[in-house]
Design a protein around this ligand. Structure first.
Ligand code: PBG
Length: 326
C-alpha cells in the first residue's frame, strides 16, 4: 500500500500539524442585546446563555467576553418606544447609541464595536423599512438607514453592518458616512441575507417579528445561490468592506461561492436558530453541545469564511485557547 492517509491522523500532534483550517479568537464577533431601561441583566428565554442588558449594565457582558478572549461585538437595540418611522433607531439617546457610549467610555480601544443597522426592532409594524401600504418602500427607506448609520458612528461605532436588504443601501450609507467625516468607518454588509426561519429565536429576543406578512420581498429566496453572489458583488461595487452571508450552517455553499469570487473578507452569521437548535438538542440529551458547537464553527471557516458572528463566541474562544479547534 502506498497511500496510507491514516499516517497523518495517528496522534494529536500530527493532526495539529496537518490541519487545513485554522481558527483564531480574533475572527469572532459576539452579538449583544441592549435594552431600554435600567439595571437590567436578564437571560433571553429563546437564547439560553444570552442576555438583555440595559446600557448601565452592558459592560458586564463585554467584560465577560474580554475575559474569554473576545473583543468584538455586534450591537442590537430593544427600544421601549416604537413608531412607524423607527425614530429610536437614530435618536441621539437611542438604546444602541447609549450602549455605545457606555462601552466606549469604559473600555476605549480595548473593544471593537459593530452595530446592526436596521429598522425592524424600532418600527411599530416590525418591517425593516418605511412602509408604503403593505410593502417596504426601498428608496424612502434609504435616508433613514443613512441617518441610523451616521448616528451610530457619532456615538462611537467602529463599523456599521446594514441588515435591511434594501437595494442601494451600501452606496447610500457610504456617501452619508463620508459626508459626515466618517470615511474611515467600514461597512460590513449583510450581503446575501436569506429570508430564513432560522431567525425565529432572535425575533423573540429582539421583539422584531413583522406584525403582518413576511420579509420575502426584501430578504432572499433560499433556493438561490447565483443571486447571493450577485448581491455580494453589488455590495462590493457599492463600497462594502466586508461581505456577510447569513445564516451560516445551511448556506455554506453560498459562503464558499462568495469567498471564491471576492478579495474582500467574508463573514458569516451563525444565527439564533442554529444556536437554539444546538442548545435544545443538547438539553434533550441528544447531542454533545461542545462537540457540535466546535464542529459547526469549523465548518464555516472551512467553507471559506474569514469572520464568524456567533452567540457561541465566548465558548469558541475558549475551545481555541485549549487547542480543541483551530
Ligand atoms: C435585523 C436582523 C435580524 C437578524 C439580524 N439582524 C432579524 C431578521 O432579519 O428578521 C437575525 C439574527 C439571528 O437570528 O441571530 N433585520
Amino acid at each position: 500500500m502506498i497511500e496510507r492517509p491514516r499516517r497523518l491522523r495517528a496522534n494529536k500532534q500530527i493532526r495539529g500539524l496537518c490541519r487545513e483550517t485554522r481558527l483564531s479568537a480574533s475572527s469572532l464577533i459576539l452579538p449583544l442585546f441592549a435594552k431600554d431601561g435600567s439595571n437590567i441583566k436578564s437571560e433571553i428565554p429563546s437564547l439560553d446563555g444570552q442576555y438583555h442588558y440595559s446600557a448601565d449594565r452592558i459592560c458586564e457582558g463585554v467584560e465577560r467576553s474580554l475575559e474569554a478572549g473576545v473583543d468584538k461585538f455586534l450591537l442590537f437595540g430593544l427600544p421601549d418606544h416604537k413608531d412607524e418611522h423607527g425614530s429610536q433607531a437614530f435618536a441621539y439617546d437611542g438604546i444602541v447609541q447609549r450602549a455605545l457610549r457606555e462601552i466606549r467610555s469604559r473600555f476605549q480601544d480595548e473593544v471593537y464595536l459593530v452595530t446592526d443597522v436596521c429598522m425592524c426592532e424600532y418600527t411599530s409594524h416590525g418591517h425593516c423599512g418605511i412602509l408604503n401600504g403593505q410593502t417596504v418602500d426601498n428608496d424612502k427607506t434609504l435616508p433613514y438607514l443613512e441617518r441610523i448609520a451616521v448616528s451610530h458612528a457619532l456615538a462611537g461605532a467602529d463599523m456599521v453592518a446594514p441588515s435591511d436588504m434594501m437595494d442601494g443601501r451600501v452606496d447610500a450609507m457610504r456617501c452619508a458616512l463620508d459626508e459626515n467625516g466618517f470615511e474611515n468607518v467600514p461597512i460590513m454588509s449583510y450581503a446575501a441575507k436569506y429570508a430564513s426561519s432560522f431567525y425565529g429565536p432572535f425575533r423573540d429576543a429582539a421583539g422584531s417579528a413583522p406584525s403582518f406578512g413576511d420579509r420575502k420581498s426584501y430578504q432572499m429566496d433560499y433556493h438561490n445561490v447565483k443571486e447571493g453572489l450577485k448581491e455580494a458583488m453589488t455590495d462590493e461595487c457599492e463600497g462594502a468592506d466586508i461581505l456577510m452571508v447569513k445564516p451560516a450552517l445551511s448556506y455554506l455553499d453560498v459562503v464558499r461561492l462568495v469567498a471564491e469570487n471576492t478579495n474582500l473578507p467574508v463573514a458569516t452569521y451563525s444565527v439564533s436558530g442554529e444556536y437554539a437548535m444546538i442548545k435544545a438538542a443538547a438539553k434533550a440529551g441528544l447531542i454533545d453541545e461542545y462537540g457540535v458547537m466546535c464542529e459547526s464553527a469549523v465548518s464555516m471557516f472551512r467553507a471559506g469564511a474569514d469572520i464568524l458572528i456567533t452567540y457561541y463566541a465566548n465558548e469558541l474562544a475558549q475551545a481555541i485557547k485549549k487547542g480543541d479547534i483551530g
